[in-house]
Ligand binder design. Sequence first.
Ligand code: SAM
Length: 240
Amino acid sequence: SDHHLVYPISPDHMDWSSYYPAFVTTPEEDQANPVTDIDIDIGRARPLKKNVEVADIGCGFGGLLVALAPVLPDTLLLGMEIRTQVTEYVQERIKALRAQNPDTGLYQNIGCLRANAMKFLPNFFKKHQLSKIFFCFPDPHFKARKHKARIVSTTLNSEYAYVLRPGGIIYTITDVEDLHNWMVSHFDAHPSFERVPEEEQEADDCVKIMRVETEEGKKVERNKGPKFVALFRRLEDPPW
Ligand code: SAM
């Protein structure tokens, strides 16, 4: 159950400093954001030099984050995971990788947060903040689930459209063909998204990584199961 999960009341209230300590601004670097008396009174954290731009929804044990970290070194990536112990495992994994790479700054750009990604996504991310959202092997119990409990749905797709910038990409991969068809039909039907053509999909390095580096992708590989991939581009909002 997620009754005791805490959410920021808005993206401006989210304290990212413990997730990306190497990206926290100092008051000297960021003269536009001087420390105020109120900041000191309430212990407000310093803002980051940049915003989180990539979200891995249901990141599991963090294989995708760890593989993408050196590929997108200047981008902040966040895994969102609902299971407490899995989240803590990923946080420890990141800590260890950072400690093993003290001079390169590697792995400073990835973090993992415990959250129910089906709720309050706009509390964490501002409108159009994200450039990529990954759904890797979501919903293993797809068939048994009720429509409204599914991670891809008409309602949730509007939330994804809100946090994703025009031109941004949704990445999906699953070994469950019915789930693949469900995700394709729901993103296709949504006015904010268009399917990315296969040629462009196959040329995307993130797709190659997503196929082989997620823990679930490796399991499917061992069992010689299928992998269905689909990408969707966030369209510009129509003029009013
Ligand atoms: N993406 C990883 C991979 O490909 O190896 C993990 C896939 S695993 C089958 C699905 C993950 O999604 C699980 O770790 C589960 O705890 C997480 N999950 C399910 N519902 C979620 C939700 N609403 N919010 C965040 N994480 C969720």
